[in-house]
Ligand binder design. Structure first.
Ligand code: NDP
Length: 296
C-alpha cells in the first residue's frame, strides 16, 4: 500500500518568507519604505508569549520593523483601545495584530473593530470579513490562507472538487469555506451538530480539519486518495510525562488512506506566520499604492 504524500509546510513557508524578504528589500531600496508590524500582547499566557516571540523573530528576519507592545493582564479596555488608535495613525505601522485570547475585562470584538481595516493583518475586522465573502480586496485570515496556498501548491486547480471543512469558527472554518468557494469547490461546512460526520467527510476530495480535538478524524472516514489539511494543534501527554503536539486527524491511520496530508507540527502551523508577514507586506503596499509581485 502506498502512503500519502506529506505536504511540507516548513519547506513551503520558508520559500514564501524568502519571496517576502526580497520584496521587502526592494521596497526599502527603491522606495525607502520599511513595512512595519505591531503586535499587542495583553497578559502573560505562555502559549501567546511563544507566538508573539516567534512572530517578532520572523518579522525581523524578512527585514520588516517589529513593534511589540506588552501590556499587563489587568489593562483596562480603554487603555488598549487608545493604544490601537495610536497605532492606526502611526505611518511606520502597516499591520496591527492583537494576540488572542484577551483577558476577561476586554471585549475582543470591540478591539478587532477598533483596528483600521487597512491594517487588520489578521483579517478579522467585519470589513475584511465582508470583502472576503463578497469578492472585494480583503486582508485574509492567515491560517485559512496558508492552508489554501498548500492546497493550490499540491493540487493546482481546485475547481469542482468536493471540500468538507470541519469547524465553523470565525478564525479558521468560516474564512476557509469562503476561500474554497472562491476556488470553485463544492463546500460543506460541518460542526458539532452535523449528523453522521464520518459519512459527510467520506464524500470529500479535500478535508480541512479545524476542530481542536486530537485525532478525532479517523482514517476510515476518508475517501481514498483525498487531500487532508490538518489545522488542529493539540498538546497531548506522553506516558513518560512529557508532551507532544498532534492534529485533529489520526495521522497514522490517515496516512494509509489519503493521497496527501499535512503533518502536525510542520504543516499548516508555519504557514500562519508566513501569511501574517505576507499580509503585512500587502497592507503596506496597498497603503502606499504600490503593485506587488502577483505570486504573493
Ligand atoms: P474553535 O474552538 O473556535 O472551533 C472549533 C470548531 O469545531 C467549532 O465550529 C465546533 O463546532 C467544531 N467542533 C467541535 N467539536 C466537534 C465535533 N465533535 N464534531 C464536529 N465539529 C466539532 O477552534 P478554532 O477554529 O479556533 O481552532 C481549531 C483548531 O485549529 C484548534 O486545534 C486550534 O488550536 C487550531 N488552530 C491552528 C492554527 C494554526 O496556526 N495552525 C491557528 C488557529 C487555530 P460548533 O461551532 O458547533 O461548536
Amino acid at each position: 500500500m502506498t502512503e500519502a504524500t506529506i505536504i511540507d509546510g516548513n519547506r513551503f513557508s520558508a520559500g514564501l518568507r524568502d519571496r517576502i524578504a526580497s520584496e521587502v528589500h526592494a521596497l526599502r531600496e527603491t522606495r525607502h519604505i520599511t513595512p512595519g508590524l505591531a503586535v499587542v500582547l495583553v497578559g502573560e499566557d505562555p502559549a501567546s508569549q511563544v507566538y508573539v516571540r516567534t512572530k517578532h523573530k520572523r518579522t525581523v528576519e524578512v527585514g520588516m520593523e517589529s513593534f511589540v507592545h506588552t501590556l499587563p493582564v489587568d489593562t483596562p479596555e480603554d487603555e488598549l483601545l487608545t493604544l490601537i488608535a495610536g497605532l492606526n495613525k502611526d505611518p511606520a505601522v502597516h499591520g496591527i495584530l492583537v494576540q488572542l485570547p484577551l483577558p476577561r475585562q476586554i471585549d475582543a470584538q470591540k478591539v478587532i473593530e477598533a483596528i483600521d481595516p487597512a491594517k487588520d493583518v489578521d483579517g478579522f475586522h467585519p470589513v475584511n470579513v465582508g470583502r472576503l465573502a463578497s469578492g472585494g480586496e480583503a486582508l485574509i485570515p492567515c491560517t485559512p490562507f496558508g492552508s489554501l496556498l498548500l492546497l493550490r501548491d499540491h493540487l493546482g486547480d481546485l475547481s469542482g472538487l468536493d471540500a468538507v471543512v470541519v469547524g465553523r469558527s470565525n478564525i479558521v472554518g468560516k474564512p476557509m469555506a469562503q476561500l474554497l468557494i472562491r476556488e470553485s469547490c463544492t463546500v460543506t461546512v460541518a460542526h458539532s451538530r452535523t449528523r453522521d460526520l464520518p459519512d459527510v467527510v467520506r464524500r470529500a476530495d479535500i478535508v480541512i480539519a479545524a476542530v481542536g480535538k486530537p485525532g478525532m478524524i479517523r482514517g476510515d472516514w476518508l475517501k481514498p486518495g483525498c487531500t487532508v489539511i490538518d489545522v488542529g494543534i493539540n498538546r497531548v501527554a506522553n506516558p513518560d510525562g512529557t508532551s507532544r503536539l498532534v492534529g485533529d486527524v489520526a495521522f497514522d491511520e490517515a496516512v494509509k488512506v489519503a493521497g496527501a496530508i499535512t503533518p502536525v507540527p510542520g504543516g499548516v502551523g508555519p504557514m500562519t506566520i508566513a501569511c501574517l508577514l505576507r499580509n503585512t507586506l500587502v497592507a503596506c503596499a496597498r497603503q502606499h499604492r504600490i503593485a506587488l509581485d502577483k505570486s504573493l
